[in-house]
Design a protein around this ligand. Structure first.
Ligand code: NIG
Ligand code: FE
Length: 401
């Protein structure tokens, strides 16, 4: 194969072991391969060591070239932290009990409302830097600790600013229906009306998010309320996804599939019926081993049934102050293997190509293919399975994008 372009490559990476992670090819390994980049896109992938004309040539010296990692589910922006609740839980209180007595999500809401935009930017920046240092080149960030229009917009503006000021693609999601704010204590339908009639139209108009999420759960919002939010999202041209079946089976994953949603996330209590619906609609199953671990859950997500049905499985940190204060995608890969018995290949697919699918970006990122963005990471490892095998350590890496 020869480059078809007549102009020289902007960058040419040679002598790399490539794991393309293209959908149908497992790791898609090309030994001693090369990649040519023009205008930020992959223009050429070869399997030889030839030197082509390029403005910059990088000799990978046999290191591994992988797609940039994608964290497709995070709540990265919030005020304060919840170490005190961690301690309460270890003294016997459950996550649900803490949530019902005004702690949990609502304590982060109080701290997030009190924080200035600049304070939120600074605290989230530090977290973002930790993920970037691990080879993350795309991150989804949700709102949902404001629960009033002003603070939800403040969070989404911070997400936008992070994407502008850091070398990472930020995909913002509106999660106004995350919990019931104190102002609507006995009126959850009233709050859902506000989300649908005021918040979603404003977020869409200001182009601050391209997707809408809901926490569909006993301690969150009902199936009917979730559907109402999905309808409003669709009316405003926004995609949907869902925190579904984390603590009980509400049928939410089936609903997100009915609305051609991008992903159903958590899904420990997912039913077979919803799995069929997800397979049919192409909805991704996003597994969050950090929250499973931190809440000491024992009900495993139905991995084998998802595999059997051909539902793509993504893995994410779910970084948040309450149930997953974790800033390591690599640790999530390891936990997906140890806790969920996924394979290292599945774990890597979960943070590359399947995570891209969970964001609706599989045509642009998530694998090394001609025409996709040159969103690449060069790892000093001996095989890509090493990324799932080790934990508590980050192999040397270099981001090329
Ligand atoms: O993904 N489940 C709902 N939302 C978060 C938890 C948020 C929090 O406790 O602050 C989650 O686990
Ligand atoms: Fe979450």
């Amino acid at each position: 194969m020869c480059p078809t372009e007549t102009k020289p490559f902007d960058q040419f990476i040679r002598n790399a072991n490539i794991a393309t992670m293209a959908s149908d090819k497992e790791y898609g390994i090309i030994e001693k391969g090369c990649v040519g980049i023009i205008d930020g896109k992959i223009a050429f992938i070869g399997s030889d060591l030839s030197d082509y004309q390029a403005k910059e040539t990088i000799n990978a010296n046999g290191q591994w070239l992988l797609p940039g990692l994608i964290d497709c589910h995070t709540h990265l922006i919030y005020g304060g932290n919840r170490a005190n609740e961690f301690e309460m839980r270890l003294n016997g209180a459950s996550y649900e009990e803490i949530s019902k007595t005004g702690g949990g999500i609502l304590s982060s809401v109080t701290a997030t409302r009190a924080a200035s935009e600049q304070e939120l930017f600074v605290s989230a920046s530090k977290r973002l830097e930790a993920l970037i240092a691990e080879g993350v080149t795309t991150i989804e960030i949700k709102s949902g600790y404001g629960l009033d229009l002003e603070t939800e917009l403040k969070m989404l503006r911070v997400a936008k600013q992070l994407g502008e000021q850091y070398p990472i693609r930020v995909i913002p999601t509106f999660l106004g229906a995350h919990a019931l704010p104190p102002e609507f204590k006995d009126d959850s339908d009233g709050y859902i009306n506000l989300v649908c009639e005021k918040m979603i139209p404003t977020v869409a108009q200001e182009q601050l998010a391209n997707c809408v999420d809901v926490f569909c759960e006993n301690i969150g919002f009902s199936y009917a309320q979730t559907e109402k939010v999905f309808k409003a999202a669709k009316e405003h041209g926004l995609k949907v996804k869902l925190h579904a079946e984390q603590l009980s089976d509400q049928g939410g994953a089936g609903l997100v599939a009915d609305y051609q949603g991008l992903s159903a996330d958590h899904i420990e209590y997912l039913s077979q019926e919803s799995i069929y619906k997800m397979a049919k609609s192409g909805t991704v199953a996003t597994l969050l081993p950090g929250a499973y671990y931190f809440l000491r859950e024992t009900k495993l997500p139905p991995i084998q049934a998802l595999r059997d049905a051909g539902v793509p499985i993504a893995i994410a940190t779910d970084h948040n102050p309450g149930t997953s204060p974790c800033l390591s995608v690599l640790l999530m890969m390891n936990m997906a293997c140890t806790l969920f018995k996924m394979t290292p290949l599945e774990a890597l697919q979960g943070v590359t190509i399947n995570s891209a699918k969970a964001l609706g970006l599989e045509d642009a990122i998530g694998s090394i293919e001609v025409g996709k963005k040159a969103d690449l990471v060069l790892w000093n490892i001996e095989h890509p399975n090493q990324l799932s095998y080790q934990f508590g350590v980050t192999p040397p890496l270099k981001i090329i994008s």
